[in-house]
Design a protein around this ligand. Structure first.
Ligand code: MSP
Length: 533
């Protein structure tokens, strides 16, 4: 049965489905911010985009969290889920689907998928013995454990011994097929360090893994043996599939996979790489489905050098950060300051310094001083200049001409920090250009034509910079665009209407005298002191 019918103009991407054992922290927000940037960028290229996020609500970890508050698990989940939805709104995340693994339609998808794998002979019963980390919801090898039988990721948690009858998935059967797949799809796992990690892991020999639990009620029953509950990860990964169903479609695999499958990009943290890059493709192979195109494992956000996490209790509250500094600031800092793929530490002083330097000083002042100069040394309108007539050696045009393509490549490679650095180089060059060209003295000398060229060149450079940063700082970019005379709000972009296509707006020279310049207003207020909670 061919279940997939995807056209090349669609782009589906996912964040992980977050555990609801607690309210979200900045670590959970990090992937979602990155995903939103990718979604906005892909939309600007004219692709039909589906951004999937959601929550992972089954399993022992959630059951215990609920029990500790003496709440039934479903009620507990229902109370936590809105905090994710609210955070996405606060962070200006434009997701298309929010997938909850406790949804009824998800159960139907899981059952159908399980049946395919079962019929393929890849599920059998066996004895599971081993050390289990409830926080990871994963068995650990004894050699991975820290002293005191602690989990290497949740370092304050001891693993628990399990010895029980479980159903197993025949992962070992897919060893060769997976290895062949990694070879034929070298870009499947990114960045390369994560790919190597996976190749090493798989190269050591794959073992079957258990996909059911006994003595646990909080999960879907295994259809062939309802005493067993389906392992939370088996059900969670399929949440990506359920999310693809149109809201009123019957919950069948055929319907779910019809338009958006295979997923183009799974964005995840490095701790859940094995699930996405090994278990998931093997499960899909077993069910006879095409594999996702790309899995990107980013690093951890740390605080004082330790992974920030709900289990460790050292989290940073994103809502409070946004309330103090705004969503663009938070998005900008994490995407510009941390190389996507590497770990990055959060420090509030550095956070403030970066925002002041880049957004308030470099970008904000540039726009402000240029708009003021246009008023003072020219007609207050965009100078009537033909951008083609400006020599390609012009310091800003020289950067601007290749910038769109460069930034496109950076976004495509998820090198958000490089995209920001490239744009900033134009912004900084613009400030330098003004100082060197000194339009005020050209004006005094009566060199009006030269003044106009300088002013046009700088205005156009600010425009281009604002456009290229718009996936990351949509509010600030919209403000800049509006001051440059465009009634464009980058948040209005939808699947069917692109407010500012990349193919025209990423090209240097778009600004024209048709634009009515607005009143100069600060786009980012300088943050003066370190404010505390
Ligand atoms: N429920 C699973 C995912 C199932 S996907 C089908 C899960 N949830 S989680 O809430 O624990 O983590 C979700 C994501 O948040 C993971 O990608 C994880 O790496 C990420 N982060 C959690 N803490 C983080 C940091 N401190 N820094 C960066 N990302 C972090 O795993």
């Amino acid at each position: 049965m061919n279940l997939v019918n995807k056209t090349s103009k669609t782009f589906a991407l996912t964040t992980p489905l977050y555990y609801v054992n607690d309210v979200p922290h900045i670590g959970s927000a990090y992937t979602t911010m990155a995903a939103d940037v990718v979604a906005r960028f892909q939309r600007s290229l004219g692709h039909q985009v589906l951004l999937v996020t959601g929550t992972d609500e089954h399993g022992q970890k959630i059951q215990r969290s609920a029990a500790s508050l003496e709440k039934p698990p479903q009620e507990f989940c229902d109370q936590i889920v809105p905090s994710f939805i609210n955070l996405w709104e606060v962070l200006n995340i434009q997701y298309d689907r929010f997938s909850r693994t406790t949804a009824l339609n998800h159960y139907a998808i899981v059952k159908e998928f399980f049946q395919r794998v079962w019929e393929n002979g890849d599920i059998y019963q066996g004895q599971q013995k081993g050390w289990y980390c409830v926080s990871c919801e994963e068995f650990k090898e004894e050699r991975e454990l820290l002293d005191g039988k602690r989990c290497p990721i949740h370092t304050s948690k001891e693993v628990e011994w399990r010895d029980e009858q479980n159903y197993f998935f025949r992962l070992s059967k897919y060893q060769t097929k997976l290895e062949e797949f990694y070879q034929s799809s070298p870009d499947f796992i990114q960045p390369p360090s994560r790919r190597n990690e996976v190749l090493n892991f798989v190269g050591q020999g794959l073992q079957d893994f258990s996909i059911s639990r006994v003595n646990l009620d909080w999960g879907f029953p295994v259809s062939v043996d309802p005493k067993h509950t389906l392992y939370v990860w088996f059900d969670a990964l399929l949440g990506y599939v359920t999310a693809l169903l149109e809201p009123d479609a019957e919950a069948t695999l055929a319907n779910a996979l019809e338009k958006w499958w295979p997923i183009n990009l799974h964005l995840i943290g490095k701790d859940i790489l094995r699930f996405h890059a090994v278990y998931w493709p093997a499960m899909l192979m077993s069910a006879g489905l095409p594999l996702p195109e790309r899995v990107f494992g980013h690093g951890f956000l740390t605080k004082d050098g330790q992974k920030m996490g709900k289990t460790l209790g050292n989290t940073l509250d994103p809502i409070s950060l946004v309330q103090r500094y705004g969503s663009d600031a938070v998005r900008y800092y994490f995407l510009k300051e941390i190389e996507f793929g590497k770990d990055g530490d959060f420090n509030e002083t550095r956070f403030i310094n970066v925002l002041n330097a880049d957004l308030a000083n470099d970008l904000g002042n540039l726009l402000n001083r240029t708009l003021n100069m246009v008023k003072k040394y020219s007609t207050g309108k965009v100078p009537s200049i033909d951008p083609e007539a400006i020599p390609n050696e012009n310091a800003l045009k020289a950067i601007g001409l290749g910038l769109g393509e460069q930034v496109k490549q950076a976004y495509t490679a998820l090198a958000f920090n490089e995209a920001c650095h490239s744009v900033l180089s134009l912004v900084q060059a613009s400030n330098k250009f003004i100082d060197e060209q000194a339009p005020w003295s050209l004006y005094k000398q009566g060199k009006q034509e030269e003044v106009e060229v300088v002013l046009y060149t700088v205005l156009e450079s600010v425009r281009l910079a604002a456009y290229l940063l718009s996936p990351i700082i949509p509010n600030i970019s919209s403000d800049i665009y509006q001051q440059l005379g465009w009634g464009i709000n980058f948040n209005d972009q939808t699947e069917t209407s692109i407010v500012a296509p990349f193919s025209t707006h990423a090209i240097w020279g778009l600004l024209s005298d048709k634009q009515q310049l607005g009143t100069p207003q600060p786009i980012f207020k300088r943050i003066d002191t370190l404010k505390n909670d």
